[in-house]
Design a protein around this ligand. Structure first.
Ligand SMILES: O=C(O)CCC(=O)C(=O)O
Length: 269
């Protein structure tokens, strides 16, 4: 039984409709989150750690970003190493069931929580779409553990089933559980689920990559058209181009000169 009418009566792409997807989706809609363990092997995580070290610099600018947390934004313009996480088939299969076709990537970033960081304020990711709750999720997010997520190092904290709460309910830290998972795993949750980064009481960094999505008719957090040069966009695979916004929400949201925006990629500058 799906608690919220998350579906608006659209067709789900048949190609990703497997018993595994049905089970994942049931868990997601019941609990507000689902964890997939070890989707990445140690070699992949090691390569992502090395690439993150190359990109990381500076620290958070406010308490929400975390003064001891390092973030790298505009990922699509900076590295190709996370592309496979952004359109990972296990996530896309779920997104196919949560949103209408041509849902969008809203943002992607590296989050490195350093030792001594305090717990982040609890929040839900689609809260900036100011529509009262309870309501279907307008966004969804994945947080990939590139390092092991432990009780000491700042594993993401979530409140199971809080995606069902109305606007009148506020979270407390006591209601949270930690997403303890080995490196290479991912927690995927609805944009309505209350969560936050944990405190890092360990002596080592906690590296994560996060990719957030939104319904195809909403404004994305990142402006990929300005961030990613057109020449670079041309070299990306079609799924990523579509997630960036080179797609249409029928009949014409996203158009360029009354045509599909992908035509821009085929034209000279
Ligand atoms: O790093 C995490 O575990 C969660 C971060 C988060 O939710 C955010 O920055 O919005």
């Amino acid at each position: 039984m799906i608690p919220h009418p998350q579906r608006y009566g659209f067709q789900i792409a048949d190609k990703r409709e497997t018993p595994q997807t049905v089970a994942d989706h049931e868990t997601l809609m019941r609990e507000g989150y689902v964890i997939f363990e070890r989707l990445l092997d140690e070699a992949a995580c090691a390569a992502m750690r090395a690439e993150s070290a190359r990109l990381i610099g500076g620290s958070g600018r406010n308490a929400f970003e975390g003064f001891r947390t390092q973030r790298v934004y505009s990922i699509l313009a900076k590295t190709r190493i996370f592309d496979d996480l952004i359109d990972h088939p296990r996530l896309m299969a779920l997104l196919d069931r949560v949103f209408e076709p041509n849902y969008l990537l809203s943002q992607a970033q590296i989050i490195n929580i350093r030792p001594g960081e305090e717990a982040q304020a609890l929040h839900f990711d689609d809260g900036f779409y100011k529509i009262p709750r309870p309501r279907p999720a307008l966004g969804a997010a994945a947080i990939w553990a590139i390092d092991d997520f432990t009780a000491e190092n700042g594993a993401t904290e979530i409140i199971p089933r809080s995606h069902l709460w109305g606007s009148d309910r506020s979270p407390t830290r006591e209601q949270t559980i930690s997403c303890l998972m080995p490196a290479g795993s991912v927690v995927f949750f609805l944009g309505t689920l209350w969560h936050g980064g944990g405190a890092n009481r360990s002596s080592r960094d906690r590296l994560a990559f996060t990719n957030q999505y939104c319904a195809p008719w909403l404004r994305q957090q990142e402006n990929f058209f300005l961030e990613v040069p057109r020449e670079m966009t041309r070299s990306l695979r079609p799924t990523i181009q579509s997630l960036m916004g080179y797609s249409i929400y029928p009949p014409f949201m996203g158009m360029v000169d009354s045509m599909h925006p992908k035509r821009v990629l085929d034209s000279p500058e």
